[in-house]
Design a protein around this ligand. Structure first.
Ligand code: HEC
Length: 121
């Protein structure tokens, strides 16, 4: 019986030691500022693949919500009226896109925003 108590105490001590020696969690890195000058973003190279991977499953020839994102005209329309960034950045007053899933990651959102800011070529 004494042996069991001793073993338990030793085990608990080891557990405690593990817990207290755990490295403190670092603060998350600050988001990088949006630098659109670094890269020339184009629809063909950058935007079409994002749309086809994340959006055209729903927004296609059926014109869901009025958009066919296989068509650059639709992408530009949503860019100009503000819905493209509003929906993917989950801004208030916009439906969140893609719906029922993870938001696009920040580098992807940045790409789209830069493409819009630099004239949608
Ligand atoms: C699973 C299907 C689905 C996917 C994937 C999807 N959408 Fe949508 N989207 C919808 C539906 C449905 C609506 C209509 C509004 C609603 O019912 O939420 C909509 C509406 C919109 C609207 C109009 C919002 C408004 O308030 O009028 C925009 C812009 C939009 N989506 C952009 C996108 C973009 C950009 C992507 C890709 C990042 C995307 N969607 C992916 C289903 C989808």
């Amino acid at each position: 019986m004494k042996k069991i108590v001793l073993i338990s105490v030793a085990f608990a001590t080891v557990l405690l030691a593990c817990k207290t020696t755990k490295a403190p969690t670092a603060a998350p890195p600050a988001p990088a500022p949006l630098d659109c000058a670094a890269t020339a973003y184009t629809y063909e190279k950058d935007i079409r693949p994002i749309m086809e991977q994340n959006c055209t499953g729903c927004h296609n020839e059926n014109m869901k919500a009025g958009y066919n994102f296989y068509d650059i005209g639709s992408v530009k329309k949503a860019a100009v009226n503000g819905y493209l960034l509003g929906t993917i950045k989950h801004q208030s007053g916009y439906d969140q896109m893609p719906p029922n899933g993870w938001p696009l990651d920040q580098p992807t959102i940045n790409k789209i925003e830069c493409w819009i800011n630099t004239g949608m070529k």
